[in-house]
Write a protein that binds this ligand. Structure first.
Ligand code: NAD
Length: 228
């Protein structure tokens, strides 16, 4: 049997961090060997790990990239809301280590990405496209990273220059809902993904952490991990 993949988890005290720790307890292929949160030095923790999983805050990314590059460790980045500069830092890091960077680690959402792309290509610019996303009130960024990714996929697939409208709703305890609405002459098509629990993201992140070990340097998406 292969030894478990040793993970440094950044953002360990947060909602996603705790979900990952809980899920990993039942996963014999994963061992969380270090947990860091705000104020912790990650340099020495990186050395103990095979891979770094980040679900924290965009401002953590420079330190994470620096340590991962220094010790040549792959990265699985789930944090959303990075600035253009912070995204550029991730892209630079991916020139030296393998990086999975995904705004949504759920298998279902990644299938939605693939199906929405195909649908937009088939329906073309004659159909108007809108996105509606709903999340709990604690979510810091709006629109969600997933909605932005969907919009980028749809813009490219439709080959049209108009902006895709994203409506963001923040209410209650909603874990995450994304609907793509295609409105054409005389018909309307809606596709919705509803996340029932954060576990789906944690499950995907652990799958990505196992997958990325031994991969060549580069920037990968969750669609790459799932082979979509
Ligand atoms: P949270 O606020 O519950 O947890 C974030 C944790 O990060 C906190 O414990 C906080 O103390 C810590 N933190 C803040 N700044 C830090 C720093 N500089 N260094 C280390 N730790 C730091 O948030 P959450 O709901 O767990 O979400 C975390 C991130 O993951 C957010 O960006 C969220 O949008 C994203 N997210 C992504 C996915 C996905 O599938 N990609 C799914 C859910 C959430």
């Amino acid at each position: 049997m292969k030894p478990p993949v040793r993970v440094l988890l950044v953002g360990a005290a947060g909602r996603m961090g705790k979900t990952i720790v809980d899920l990993a307890k039942d996963d014999t292929n994963i061992e969380i060997v270090a947990q860091c949160d705000i104020g912790d030095a990650i340099g020495s923790a990186v050395k103990k790990s095979d891979v770094v999983i980040d679900f924290s805050h965009p401002d953590a990314i420079d330190g994470i990239c620096r340590s991962a590059l220094q010790d040549q460790r792959p990265l699985v980045i789930g944090t959303t809301g990075h600035s253009a500069e912070q995204r550029a830092a991730i892209e630079r890091a991916a020139q030296s280590v393998p990086v999975v960077f995904a705004s949504n680690f759920s298998a279902g959402v990644n299938v939605l990405f693939a199906v929405a792309r195909n649908t937009a290509e088939t329906l073309g610019a004659e159909f108007n496209v809108e996105i509606v996303e709903t999340h709990h009130q604690m979510k810091k960024d709006a629109p969600s990273g997933t909605a932005k990714t969907l919009a980028a996929i749809l813009r490219e697939a439709r080959n049209a220059n108009d902006e895709i409208s994203i409506q963001s709703i923040r209410e209650g305890n909603v874990v995450g809902e994304h609907t793509v609405i295609f409105s054409g002459p005389g018909e309307r098509l809606e596709m919705t993904h509803r996340a029932a629990s954060r576990e789906i993201f944690a499950r995907g992140a652990l799958r990505a952490a196992r997958w990325i070990i031994g991969k060549p340097t580069g920037l990968y998406s969750m669609q790459d991990v799932l082979g979509l």
